[in-house]
Ligand binder design. Sequence first.
Ligand code: ADP
Ligand code: MG
Length: 379
Amino acid sequence: MERIEPNSWLGLMGGGQLGRMFSISAQQLGYKVMVIDPNQSAPAISVANFHLCSDYSDKSALNQLAKRCKAVTTEFENVPAESLDFLSREVIVSPSYQAVQICQDRILEKNFIKNRGFKTTPFKVIDSYDDFPDQDIDGGFFPGFLKVSRFGYDGKGQVKVSDVVGLKKAFEKFGRCPCVLEKELKLEKEISVILARGEEGNVVIYPIAENTHKNGILDFSVIPADISAEISDEAKQIAVDIAKNLQYVGVLCVEFFLHKQQGLLVNELAPRPHNSGHFTLNACVVSQFEQQVRTLCKLPLGQTTITSPSAVMVNLLGHLWENGDPNWSDLLSNGNTSLHLYGKEKAVKGRKMGHYTVLGGSSGVTKELAFRLKKSLSV
Ligand code: ADP
Ligand code: MG
């Protein structure tokens, strides 16, 4: 397929922080970005070259995007797959709507992972009361998490349930929408593999991140993950195989649980750059966002090697703003730290407002510095 030359317009579905960072990378390479987002003040809007303020299924906006742009990508999995399907009749779309369709629906995603022979957390699809597990027979699902099949993110759309009574309450709370019940596992670690895959099946993989979550939201990532070479190779192989199975073109993240007895389990897929890959902006020559541009435009893929022995990425959530702006002095004074703020208008508890990445020698020392800087932010 022919390369899309710089100076062309690229289309973007979604104007969140991932779209903002995509736009910056695209423009760095000389492209222009047209973004669709219904929110007038979404983080990517102030960066993109043109904003179509409309719903993701608005045909006239989609037509404008298809007409002006050479290729279209997405920054989040919750855009209607039908819109990507519609666009793909006129213009290059990557990742494909088929891949996004699977990744945006936990039931499709889990079944896909399982049916293709990859291990995942034990789960049960809950569509109605008939699907409820029997406490005595299926007791193995408790305690567990009831997760909505669609539109969940950052721990939203999931509730911990300890028995059938709790499950009923949670299912009602979610308006009896299709859900997945997952057994809660005692996790040794969480890791993620981020790769970029080109049209010819060529793949580059970033060093694996080790992720720590708080209340279902990514708190910080340490790179490289503290795992054995075997686990690292296995995780990378699984991610590559999943991408191949999806005939994937673009940047893909595979989130894994590492379990003492069961080994690596695929938790979920993200058909886009991922929060745990933000370190690539500062620690790699070519970031995950630039790889998204490169895969979209049929450019050669870039290097994924990390240029410092370790990196720690820390998320900045809304509560840090509860007493006004955080105190940036120490963080900004540290020459090995890079601050990224997403330009969001309102700081809400749990909302991702930005992140910072600390580069360093041994990961223990880098982590310590990262935590110290986090403390220094509180006012
Ligand atoms: P989201 O789409 O919100 O990222 P996830 O399924 O990845 O949803 O869940 C968010 C986090 O919640 C996980 O990264 C993990 O820390 C925790 N979690 C989710 N499911 C389980 C589980 N079955 N066992 C243990 N922890 C879990
Ligand atoms: Mg997740």
